[in-house]
Design a protein around this ligand. Structure first.
Ligand SMILES: [Zn+2]
Ligand SMILES: [Zn+2]
Length: 124
């Protein structure tokens, strides 16, 4: 696997790489993403599962499912950074602010779940 882009959590315990150039950014405004970040939403990119691999720190990954929802969120047990997780059977989502390198081509593509956006947030 060639290392095209690399990322890590706030404390640096968890590291990952992808071997495709990350480009499209989706900002999710659903209530789960807003609570998991404490903010207006989370900006992510999506890659095929076989383009993603963990480099370090997998032992510190905590994954949480909201009962009744078909969605999971993962975070670092030490620093709480939101982490990459399962998007669907074939793909992985990656919070784009985790990237340390290789992310120069990221561009906003779409806001999603805008019906659930925070009342204070104004979207273009
Ligand atoms: Zn961490
Ligand atoms: Zn969401």
């Amino acid at each position: 696997m060639s290392n095209i882009a690399e990322g890590s959590c706030n404390c640096g315990h968890i590291k990952f790489q992808i071997d495709v150039v990350p480009k499209d950014v989706y900002v999710c405004h659903c209530s789960i993403c807003r609570k998991s970040t404490g903010s207006g939403g989370i900006a992510v990119t999506v890659v095929d599962n076989d383009k993603f691999s963990w480099l370090a720190g997998q032992n510190a990954i905590k994954t949480w499912y909201k009962p009744g929802h078909d969605w999971e969120t993962s975070f670092c047990q030490y620093c709480g950074s939101p982490l990459p997780g399962k998007n669907d059977q074939a793909s992985t989502y990656i919070p784009v602010s985790l990237f340390d390198s290789g992310h120069e081509n990221l561009r906003l593509k779409k806001h999603i779940f805008v019906d659930s956006k925070a009342s204070w947030e104004e979207l273009p």
